[in-house]
Design a protein around this ligand. Structure first.
Ligand SMILES: C[S+](C)CC[C@H](N)C(=O)O
Ligand SMILES: N[C@@H](CCS)C(=O)O
Ligand SMILES: [Zn+2]
Length: 327
């Protein structure tokens, strides 16, 4: 394989900070794909023509997105599979069986690998239960979040991703609820058998979207002691407000100084879950230069952008990473 294991790579290059790509779903939307759909950014991959017609418009758009993130400086990119759980797909598309679902995931991963080449790292992206019920920004998992069978929900996507050698790292992204976090952290190497990370969805006030504090999160992790899955490579935040993200990163680093961090905030706009549109909020007062410096000082090893960030944002991140990391 052309690539080293990401775990070994990060360990043997302690000053290296990898540049991640930007908001894929919103970038596809910027380029004309209508993602206002129950499977959100999975939508282009559902049509047969994406796979049968090599010159299909959607195929060119997805390829163009990867090319532009690469050209901007991304060194690690993800599959566009945030809302591609078996439950979301089987309830909302003509794909109904696990076999058909595995074929879909295999095609998406291979297509993504072909787009980025053999040298770059590829992340298998898994959105939270909150993506399925559109609660990733409020953490509202109903009256008994502790009773949700998270493993059952994630299992088909995990089973596929963990056996696919094209994927270097698995992402549990935009996790807004501490019960879901507890469930993921309870799975050992027999379930999570290669490197993974967890991206938390955190409110502007620094609380997990369900109201849990970063102290609660840290306590949960510390309570695992040496039972923590050694494949947990990084912890961090994604799709949180750009402006508030450095404070949140510093708070996590203070609680958990030994865990390598990952950060990829959104633009600071706010998602309207009913209309499925982005509304302006606080305008950025910081620059990527300032934000990236603070992330690196707080122990970030992977930095990129989430929703509504574009190749231009990734270019600015890459420049700042070069300036502040000991690459
Ligand atoms: C990260 S959000 C913008 C993804 C889309 C959302 N789960 C929805 O279904 O509308
Ligand atoms: N990986 C997803 C994140 C959604 S919050 C995307 O970039 O579209
Ligand atoms: Zn996002």
């Amino acid at each position: 394989m052309a690539r080293p294991s990401i775990k070994e790579y990060l360990a043997s290059n302690p000053g290296k900070v990898l540049v991640l790509d930007g908001g894929q779903g919103t970038e596809l939307e910027n380029r004309g794909i209508d993602v206002a759909n129950p499977v959100w950014s999975t939508v282009p991959f559902i049509s047969d023509s994406f796979w049968s017609d090599k010159s299909s418009m959607d195929r060119q758009i997805v390829k163009g997105m990867f090319n532009d993130f690469l050209a901007a400086g991304a060194e690690i990119l993800m599959t566009t599979t945030y809302q591609t759980s078996f439950k979301s797909v089987s309830e909302n598309t003509p794909i109904k069986t696990v076999d058909e679902y595995n074929t879909l995931l295999n095609h998406i991963v291979q297509f993504s690998r072909d787009c980025i080449g053999e040298e770059k790292f590829l992340i298998g992206c898994i959105g939270p239960w909150g993506a399925h019920v559109c609660a990733e920004f409020n953490g509202d998992y109903g009256e008994h979040p502790e009773n949700i069978d998270y493993y059952q929900y994630f299992k088909p996507q995990l089973d596929n991703f963990f056996q696919n050698d094209n994927l270097d790292l698995i992402a549990f992204e935009t996790i807004p609820n501490i019960h879901e976090l507890r469930a993921i952290l309870s799975w050992d190497e027999s379930i999570l058998s290669k490197p993974f990370y967890i991206g938390l969805s955190v409110h502007e006030n620094g609380l997990l979207r369900d109201g849990s504090t970063m102290e609660d999160v840290a306590q949960l992790i510390k309570s695992l002691g040496d039972k923590i899955n050694p494949n947990l490579l990084l912890l961090g935040i994604n799709c949180v407000s750009f402006n508030h993200s450095p404070d949140i990163m510093e708070s996590i680093h203070k609680q958990l100084p030994n865990i390598p961090l990952i950060a990829y905030p959104n633009s600071g706009e706010v998602y309207d879950t009913v209309k499925k549109i982005w509304l302006p909020n606080s305008h950025p007062t910081f620059t990527w230069d300032a934000v990236v410096k603070r992330y690196i000082d707080a122990g970030a090893r992977i930095i990129g952008g989430c929703c509504r960030t574009t190749p231009d944002d990734i270019k600015q991140i890459a420049t700042a990473v070069k300036k502040y990391s000991k690459n």
